[in-house]
Write a protein that binds this ligand. Structure first.
Ligand code: TXA
Ligand code: MG
Length: 473
């Protein structure tokens, strides 16, 4: 599909709006993140959004309009409290969930009987929505699972060729998505923290609940919140502990594998070794962290790093939204710099056994990290059958690159695990290398599957999994 790029001027916005009226998709800037829009009243147009994003169809879309006065055309039971909120926060980074009217198709509400309404504040978005003259359903304009786009270049990277048009605006000012507030509950409930904080809502509403604080058996009411999200290709870890210990941990990891660190300005000059340092602003300014977060997560992909270490984030005000996004990107991997162990798996070429071991370990152990290397590594990706056998265990090693074992890696790892006695004997005794079997107290070796068929690899991956799960750190 050819994607037209529109400048931020009225003639262009009119043409972009015509595309929406014709049932096409157009990406537009908002103050939170860029949105991927289509006519909310046109089921076929809305389906194109799900296709472009690769989004699961059980995840409802927010409906964007230019003026809150129009909300009652699409939503029912708009309470006086909701009107008070609208006076303060519409336009702005707030989405309110109401009972929906018939005109909102099922594709938008994903089968729910409710609809989310938002009035963006961004001037370009408002002019565009006015020109559209129809409500515009729009999720964030990223490929499903990736960080939301906060700049034209993010959008272009994800959506060029997949949508009819992209409006080129400024970088998103807020940088995290809107707060999703369920106004159908007895007490208004935050389903997703965002650009308007709980504290700000409380000033008007008195009581405001947060759905994550409700009992676990409550069904997640914002379906989107149950998916893994905002994820760069490398693994994000929230690294707890004293600053000095954190820096030391990251520095050691940077001697073993490729690492980025997301750091507050107060910490950027610490000695992180070879880790790439990405500043998230001052620890005193939540607005800066929100503004930069998604760009930083995308930059980690450009750097191609394997591990990304981020700090703990406070719970109050706008920090809550930053924390929610970052912890989701980490898929709840929180480790402690003072106690977490680093494990190094070693095999011959670092294309079969040790990358599978690394991947399996990283999804099996909570307060630990691992890397892998080869005694005679010749570079290149993991072997095809290793990638497949690992994938069958839920482990993705597609982006692994084989690496030569160095003394530096050995010096900076806590536990060194070889596949066979012969590997172990090749590592200088001072590093106390052991075979995986020896470490868990059983006999045997992990035999090289190299050149074997998928069955041979499956068996090898199965053996590794069994041993790794028995590892007591
Ligand atoms: O800031 C934003 O909200 C951006 C911009 C483009 O407006 N949009 C956005 O949309 O983030 P999306 O689809 O990426 O996230 C919307 C979230 C999802 O978690 C979805 O499940 C939830 O809002 N949501 C939408 N409609 C809902 C409804 N009727 N009931 C419950 N949750 C809903
Ligand atoms: Mg989204």
């Amino acid at each position: 599909m050819e994607t037209r790029i529109f400048e931020n001027k009225i003639e262009d916005l009119k043409v972009a709006a015509e595309l929406i009226q014709k049932g096409e998709t157009v990406v537009f800037p908002t103050e939170t993140v860029y949105g991927l829009g289509a006519n909310a009243l046109d089921s076929l147009a809305v389906k194109k959004i799900f296709e472009a994003k690769g989004r699961p169809s059980d995840n409802p879309l927010i409906v964007h309009i230019a003026d809150f006065e129009d909300a009652e055309k699409f939503a029912k039971e708009i309470s006086p409290k909701a009107k008070l909120l609208a006076e303060k926060f519409c336009p702005g980074p707030l989405t309110m969930i109401f009972k929906k009217k018939e005109c909102i198709p099922n594709e938008v509400s994903a089968g729910l009987d409710t609809v989310g309404i938002r009035i963006p504040k961004d001037e370009t978005a408002r002019t565009f929505l006015k020109e559209c003259g129809v409500p515009v359903a729009a999720p964030s304009a990223n490929i499903s699972g990736k960080p939301s786009p906060t700049s034209f270049s993010h959008v272009f990277c994800d959506m060029n060729g997949k949508v009819s048009g992209i409006i080129k605006g400024e970088d998103s000012e807020v940088g995290v998505e809107s707060t999703v507030l369920d106004m159908t509950a007895d007490i208004p409930t935050i389903l997703r923290p965002g650009g308007v904080s709980r504290e700000e809502l409380k000033e008007i509403l008195g009581e405001v609940l947060i759905s994550s604080e409700l009992k676990k058996d409550d069904i997640p009411k914002a379906p989107g919140m149950k998916y893994k999200h905002y994820s760069p290709k490398g693994q994000v870890y929230i690294l707890k502990g004293e600053n000095e210990k954190r820096a030391e941990f990251i520095k050691r990891r940077s001697c073993v594998t490729s690492v980025a660190v997301v750091a507050f300005d107060e910490m950027v000059n610490a000695d992180f070794g070879d880790a790439k340092v990405l500043s998230i602003g001052s620890e005193k300014v939540a607005e800066d962290a929100a503004h930069r977060l998604f760009d930083i997560l995308r930059e980690c992909d450009d750097l191609g790093v394997k591990e990304i270490y981020a700090p703990e984030i406070p719970d109050d005000g706008l920090w809550r939204a930053v924390k929610n996004r970052l912890y989701k990107a980490a898929a709840a991997r929180i480790i402690n710099a003072e106690t977490a162990k680093s494990v190094l798996f070693v095999c011959t070429g670092n294309t079969c056994r040790s990358p599978m071991a690394e991947g399996i370990f990283n999804i099996s152990h909570k307060n630990a990290v691992s890397a892998s290397a080869g005694l005679f590594a010749g570079g290149g990706k993991a072997s095809e059958n290793a990638i497949r056998a690992a994938a069958e265990l839920g482990v993705d090693i597609k982006s692994h690159n084989s690496r030569q074992l160095t003394p530096r890696m050995l010096e900076n790892s806590d536990i060194i695990l070889a596949m066979t006695e012969s590997h172990k004997m090749s590592i200088p005794a001072e590093y106390n290398a052991r075979t995986i079997s020896e470490f868990v107290g059983v006999d045997g070796e992990i035999i090289d599957p190299y050149g074997g068929d998928i069955e041979v690899y499956r068996k090898c991956a199965g053996e590794l999994k069994e041993l790794i799960e028995k590892m007591d750190l």
